[in-house]
Design a protein around this ligand. Structure first.
Ligand code: PRP
Ligand code: URA
Length: 208
């Protein structure tokens, strides 16, 4: 399945500030949440609607509202948490799951340390959230885990990706749609996205 880049001017403007090495932790956090909300707004364009009747103070209106398809947001820890925060402002009733993974700094392989997912994830449209898709190892491991639990309609939302990571996810999970704010040039020798924005977790939580 193809990837999609959400090329909205507001997202691109906010991303330009996010990339800047001098952006403060506080601004980085706020911008990450805002970009995530805007990305989700676009990514949810195809949610099903159903007709209903509502009594306005004047008359009966035929309205369209969400058809009640259940959603799940799943954060890849740590950095995906900030995306959940932004998207919950749009869909407060979504269920939230967490998958704990970190990259071994030497091998760049994902190491799993936690998972807690909604019990009915198989019935939900699932948005897997991580700001960074670098080698693709973490995303593939998280999707493997989601599928083990029965999830089958999965979208992966990442703010930035390297072409290498997109290719790895597409190969391992061709059914998963990837939604991005930008696709960067490449990975460097340390597995960082170039030009990228650095270490997303450290910049969100001020841990470096
Ligand atoms: C970052 C990022 C992704 C992963 C991407 O997390 O948030 O989860 O790296 O890299 P990959 O595509 O090569 O797997 P990190 O491992 O730094 O963990 P952290 O969020 O806990 O700091
Ligand atoms: N993880 C990050 O946070 N940044 C990168 O550039 C690559 C992996």
């Amino acid at each position: 399945m193809a990837y999609q880049i959400i090329d909205h001017p507001l997202i691109q403007h906010k991303l330009s500030i996010l990339r800047d090495k001098d952006t403060s932790v506080r601004d980085f956090r706020d911008l990450s949440a805002e970009i995530s909300m805007l990305m989700a707004f676009e990514a949810m364009r195809d949610l099903e609607l159903e007709e209903a009747q509502v009594e306005t103070p004047v008359a009966t209106a035929t309205v369209r509202r969400l058809a009640g398809k259940k959603l799940a947001l799943v954060a890849i820890l740590r950095a995906g948490l900030i995306m959940v925060e932004g998207i919950l402002d749009l869909i407060p009733s979504a269920r939230v799951g967490h998958v704990g993974l970190y990259r071994d700094p030497e091998t760049l392989e994902p190491v799993s340390y936690y998972a807690k997912l909604p019990g009915d994830i198989a019935e939900r449209d699932t948005f897997l959230l991580d700001p960074m898709l670098a080698t693709g190892g973490s995303a593939v491991a998280a999707i493997d885990r989601l599928k083990d639990e029965g999830a089958h309609h999965i979208r992966l939302l990442c703010i930035l990706a390297a072409p290498e990571g997109v290719a790895v996810v597409e190969k391992a999970h061709p059914d998963v749609q990837i939604v991005l704010a930008a696709l960067d040039e490449r990975l460097n020798d340390h597995g960082y996205i170039v030009p990228g924005l650095g270490d997303a977790g450290d910049r969100i939580y001020g841990t470096r």
